[in-house]
Design a protein around this ligand. Sequence first.
Ligand code: SP5
Ligand code: ZN
Length: 343
Amino acid sequence: MKTFYTADHHLHHSGMELSFGRIVETFEKPERAEIVLARVNQAGLGPVVEPPSYPRAAIERIHTPDYLDFLETVFAEWRAAGRDGEVWPYSWRHRSMPMIDAPPSGLDARLSYYSFDMAGSITETTWQAAKRAADTALAGADAVLAGEKAAFSLCRPPGHHAGRDFFGGYCYLNNAAIAAQRFLDNGHDRVAIFDVDYHHGNGTQEIFYDRDDVLLASLHGDPDFEFPFHLGYARERGAGEGEGYNLNYPLPAGTAWPEWLAAFEDAHAQIGAYAPSALVVSLGVDTFKDDPISQFKLESEHFLTIGRRIADFGLPTLFVMEGGYAVDALGVNAVNVLQGFEG
Ligand code: SP5
Ligand code: ZN
């Protein structure tokens, strides 16, 4: 299958993150995409294609214009305020504080409004990198729309924690959601998103929560102990017309292959029953046993089985890269899913 990739992902690199009270090098680093790309080439998966640049309108199908303006301009505003370094939010609304429904005017207040954590910063070129990751997802979707059975969008930065108008969890634009909407805007009427990343795709859930044209199934660390906390419980099943079209499978710390596969098979059956005409896979491989920030126990060979079972849907399929931080095995694990799919 074709891999869509651009070296423009290097335009985003947050220098650091806070991990258990220590400032460390960020886990979401450019090396990640390079390692996956190297494995794509080594495995002979297929051609690597540079995505074109798409009009912002394709992204505005998911994200609000005010949020996109904010991402594009906040770094300059930060500098104009006399600040050096990267743009970081640092304080968020607590449950005791009333919700506000319009962006505030102050710089730090707006940074808080448009984010939910400080997993990643906004650098001078983060907007450009995030835009190119969205382009990478759109180009993959267009390849599938043009008749490819499957494609791999090697997106970086990842996307599934980003909502309509917020960033967090290393994510700025929701690449998988943008791709799913691309399918809907070009002839598909039911799209499933299968999110196998270790973390709950809270952004994807927020975007499609009240809609029945996208089914989201997500397997992840139980939010009672794992990031992003607060969202991803099984009781969240969608609202209004979307009721029943959001399926969460929170799993305990230490979950190994047999238990993970049982949840995967349940989700697989639910997706099959929905009878979508296209599938987007939010492909995180941070479920791996040696992942430095995760607590599941999958082994490299299991990713082959995941790919094989995804192929069993027989659907036009777009794989969108999300998380995975065990850099030594990241390439093998991600590409194993794709090779398992190809059989
Ligand atoms: C796309 C994606 O996988 N985002 C994940 C964001 C996780 N952010 C919180 C990471 C907390 C890491 N601290 C634990 C380090 C253990 N050594
Ligand atoms: Zn993740």
